[in-house]
Design a binder for this molecule. Structure first.
Ligand code: HEC
Length: 473
């Protein structure tokens, strides 16, 4: 019964448009009739319109009372809306009764329209937030940045997402779960379950937990049927929580990965760097192959991307040859410099290869000093240093390569301890701990969803699997 009443209450926002339309139409018809008496409504037409208006106004008011019992609305706004709406329904009845007395009818019609406008406005504030109309109005000019790293983490990136997707229910008009996201103080304060973010292992955030729940789950945010977060918005919120949910500072201060930087760039409107031109790159590649004797081949049918291989050239490829690759530097994605004569100094030429993903430097004279030139390569994922004079002292420089995922160091002096330390530095254990916590939550949900049947003696408890330890952050 309670849920049926609740459901019926939800008809209020639908039904409420009927009296609004009817009374506005009536006012227009009466206004036109007053100016041009020939078009005036006949008494029976007026009675029909008023009857439709009256019945729908009473229905809307009734559903409104039911909805108010169930909803979690701002109390002051709700009371105001309740009495304005009820008052309007009462006035609709008065209007119906006065329909044959022109002067009193005119006064009542004007009054009821004013009441209708006020009730509608407060109702809109209840559902959309009191500043619904002004939110969209441009307040301050959108900041212009030349690089995405300059954008303010909270004000430019995170808060606009929360404002767009959450503030309607977690803001000044409604604060569901005692949670508000309209100012940074409220964001940090959190809701009835406590603060936004609990640091320390495992760092957890109710915000991420709620948005990661399946859409069907009752606690999924934003609730099903409401505008949802896009994948990009979720990725940005995840990055923000992982960075410790900062409300001050610029994006670059929190060392985002390249994909996150691209998302920020798209949000703050920084144009992406232009791609190299395919025809120009292929033309230069053919010229350089003849001039330098290495292999430079396109990687795909339509992109500008190139793979370069200098390993087999005799006499070996050296620093001057590497510098001569400058015209195609922006298009090189793979580069094999293994067994060549390149040195630390020559690696300076790699700094311009912003799209380089795979680099082979095995069996060269390169040392840790040369690796400093790789620090600015945002895409480098795989690095081969087999057979070089790499030592433990060079490991910190490797830890700073932002996207490195695979490293080959066979036949070097690097110790197992240094490699374990590198793996520890490069594994985001906070993220893994958070996923583990999500897994335990899901396991608990599976457990509570499972139907169990027992006959006879209770079964021994199932063995509990303990996850492998994660290195402390
Ligand atoms: C359509 C309304 C609506 C929207 C939009 C909405 N929420 Fe909620 N939210 C609720 C309601 C209702 C509750 C309280 C009931 C509950 O805990 O599930 C709630 C509770 C929460 C809680 C738990 C608060 C606590 O401390 O227990 C979090 C966290 C939350 N929402 C996050 C979000 C985030 C993040 C967004 C935007 C991405 C969002 N919500 C958008 C309606 C909404």
């Amino acid at each position: 019964m309670e849920s049926l009443l609740h459901f019926t209450g939800r008809l209020h926002p639908v039904v409420v448009h009927l009296p609004i339309g009817t009374f506005v139409l009536l006012a227009v018809a009466e206004g036109v009739g007053w100016l041009r008496p020939s078009t005036r409504l006949t008494p029976s037409q007026r009675t029909v319109v008023l009857a439709v208006g009256l019945v729908s106004a009473l229905a809307a008011a009734g559903f409104g009372w039911l909805l108010a019992r169930a909803g979690d609305y701002d109390a002051t706004l709700l009371e105001r809306h309740r009495w304005l709406g009820t008052g309007f329904a009462g006035l609709a009845l008065v209007l119906f009764l006065l329909r044959t007395r022109p002067r009193a009818y005119a006064v009542a019609l004007v009054t009821s329209l004013a009441l209708l406008g006020a009730a509608g406005h407060v109702g809109g504030s209840l559902t959309h937030g009191s500043d619904f109309l002004t939110w969209a109005a441009p307040t301050s000019p959108t900041p212009v940045y030349t690089a995405p790293g300059e954008a303010k983490v909270f004000d430019d990136v995170v808060h606009p997402i929360l404002k767009a997707r959450c503030v309607a229910c977690h803001g000044p008009a409604k604060s569901q779960g005692d949670l508000r996201y309209d100012t940074r103080d409220f964001v940090l304060k959190g809701g009835k379950s406590g603060p936004l973010f609990k640091p320390g292992p495992p760092p957890s955030s109710l915000l991420l937990k709620r948005i990661h729940l399946p859409l069907e789950a009752k606690e999924h945010m934003p609730p099903k049927g409401k505008p949802q977060l896009t994948d990009d918005e979720v990725a940005l919120l995840e990055w923000w929580i992982d960075a410790g949910a900062p409300v001050e500072g610029r994006v670059a201060d929190f060392a985002p990965s390249t994909p996150v930087m691209d998302l920020v760039a798209a949000r703050v409107g920084v144009p992406p760097a232009p791609l190299p031109d395919r025809a120009a790159m292929l033309g230069a590649a053919v010229r350089l192959e003849q001039q330098l004797g290495l292999v430079l081949r396109p990687l795909s049918q339509d992109g500008p991307w190139l793979a370069g291989n200098a390993r087999l050239r005799r006499p070996p490829f050296g620093d001057a040859d590497l510098a001569a690759l400058a015209p195609v530097a922006g298009a090189l994605v793979w580069l094999d410099l293994g067994e060549t004569a390149v040195t630390d100094a020559g690696l300076a030429g790699l700094a311009a290869m912003k799209h380089l993903r795979r680099l082979q430097l095995d069996h060269t004279a390169v040392t840790g000093a040369g690796l400093a030139h790789l620090a600015g390569l945002p895409q480098l994922e795989s690095l081969n240093l087999v057979g070089t004079s790499l030592t433990d002292a060079d490991v910190p420089a490797l830890a700073r390569l932002p996207r490195l995922r695979t490293l080959y160091v066979w036949n070097t002096a690097v110790s197992d301890e240094a490699l374990a330390e590198l793996a520890r530095l490069r594994t985001d254990s906070r993220k893994i701990l958070r996923w583990r916590a999500d897994i335990s939550d899901l396991e608990a949900r599976i457990h509570s969803e499972t139907f169990k049947v027992h006959r006879g003696a209770p079964l021994p408890p199932a063995p509990v699997s303990t996850p492998a330890p994660v290195p402390a952050p």
